[in-house]
Ligand binder design. Structure first.
Ligand code: FE2
Length: 164
């Protein structure tokens, strides 16, 4: 974080808080992008599994919105600024751009599951980074997010795992 932190009586060292704020903002950019990808799938999916996928993709977006709120608010709790504008997300997200021309349910499932898995990977890495740095609470937050993302990945991937 380049800017000065807001003063707080939170006793975590400033240097640690700064590191955690950067980590939280990186994950925030990714999860906000991921939530929009789920909405993109929700709006544009077509085909025989339309209603199930349309509703599932919306549920994915809703759950990701809760995670993004928790991640953003932890950055602010630590004295930082949550970076959640579309310009910052677009610059910082590490997810591949979601294709705009998909209609097939299977293709949406394939794309969204890849993005969920990628976010799952960086969330797990973030658990370790936060724990190693000495912020058990940020590690715990990422652990909760990681468990939730694994569940969403299961629900999306299940559509590719059996033909009947
Ligand atoms: Fe909707």
């Amino acid at each position: 974080m380049k800017t000065k932190l807001h003063p707080t009586k939170n006793d975590l060292p400033e240097n640690l808080r700064g590191k955690m704020i950067d980590l939280l903002n990186q994950q925030l950019a990714d999860v906000l992008d991921l939530g929009l990808q789920a909405k993109q799938a929700h709006w544009n999916v077509k085909g025989p599994n339309f209603i199930g996928l349309h509703e599932l993709f919306d549920k994915v977006a809703e759950e990701l919105e809760e995670f993004s709120d928790d991640i953003a608010e932890r950055a602010v709790e630590l004295g930082g600024v949550a970076l959640g504008t579309v310009q910052v997300i677009s610059k910082n997200s590490r997810l591949p751009a979601y294709p705009l021309d998909l209609t097939s349910g299977q293709k949406h499932v394939a794309e969204l599951s890849s993005s969920l898995a990628k976010f799952g990977t960086t969330t797990r890495t973030s658990i370790d980074s936060a724990a190693r740095a000495g912020d058990a609470d940020t590690a715990d937050l990422f652990t909760e997010v990681s468990r939730g993302v694994d569940k969403l990945l299961w629900m999306v991937e299940a559509h590719m795992q059996s033909k009947d």
